[in-house]
Write a protein that binds this ligand. Structure first.
Ligand code: SF4
Ligand code: SF4
Length: 209
């Protein structure tokens, strides 16, 4: 049995993300990573292109936490979790770190004067250290990694990235963790893609980002 799935919103996301692959969504009407309407004709019985699994391990480059203007949506329960982590009230989290867009909360972003890009408010640069004998690159880290929102936790296994090999490979241009390291099965990826709250085993670098 075939069905018609309209994905107009997805097309909007896809267009905007092709030039700017990052965790941030770029349309305020798209309030979750899987928002979609119907358009393409698909055969639900057909195995997806990623059926044999895909690889991903974060390299901690920080590219996905910056880019063009966008949105990192955060739910009310995630605001409470973030507040507990930061040892402040949920109201303070909203006041200091969130903005309201289309009735929902998104993390504030700041224009980075050095790059001209829009960084998530939590993105921090860790200066390079070393004795001069080896090149050590600056790392960009997320100080709230253990309580990062669902949108961040499920990258890169979003519906848009899994929609085609072409989109997946395009995303790998700015996310060097894609196509390297740990293997994910179709089931693991689809559980992450469809998650509505924090998955038990989100993709990570194996440590704090
Ligand atoms: S490797 Fe990918 S997920 Fe990890 S920080 Fe870089 S862009 Fe983000
Ligand atoms: S919360 Fe952390 S992981 Fe998510 S966009 Fe901000 S810095 Fe990146």
């Amino acid at each position: 049995m075939s069905s018609i799935i309209i994905r107009m919103a997805w097309v909007i996301v896809q267009r905007s993300m092709w030039g700017n692959t990052c965790i941030k969504l770029t349309n305020p009407l798209l309030c979750d990573k899987n928002t979609r309407m119907e358009l393409d004709v698909i055969d639900p019985a057909a195995a997806p292109w990623y059926a044999d699994g895909l690889k991903f391990t974060c390299t901690q480059c920080g590219n996905c936490c910056t880019g063009g203007p966008g949105f990192v949506w955060i739910s009310k329960i995630e605001i409470v979790r973030l507040a507990e982590f930061l040892k402040i009230t949920p109201e303070d989290v909203v006041e200091k770190y969130c903005r309201k867009v289309a009735g929902k909360f998104s993390l504030i972003e700041n224009r980075n004067p050095a790059t001209g890009l829009y960084d998530c408010i939590f993105l921090k640069e860790i200066p390079a250290k070393g004795d001069g004998s080896v090149v050590v690159h600056t790392r960009r880290v997320c100080p709230v990694y253990s309580v990062r929102p669902l949108q961040c936790r499920t990258w890169p296994f979003w519906e848009m990235n899994l929609s085609s090999q072409k989109v997946w490979d395009h995303s790998s241009r700015r996310c060097p963790g894609i196509n390297r390291g740990k293997s994910y099965t179709r089931r693991q990826m689809e559980e992450l893609r469809d998650a509505t709250d924090w998955p038990a085993a989100p993709p990570t670098s194996g440590g704090e980002k």
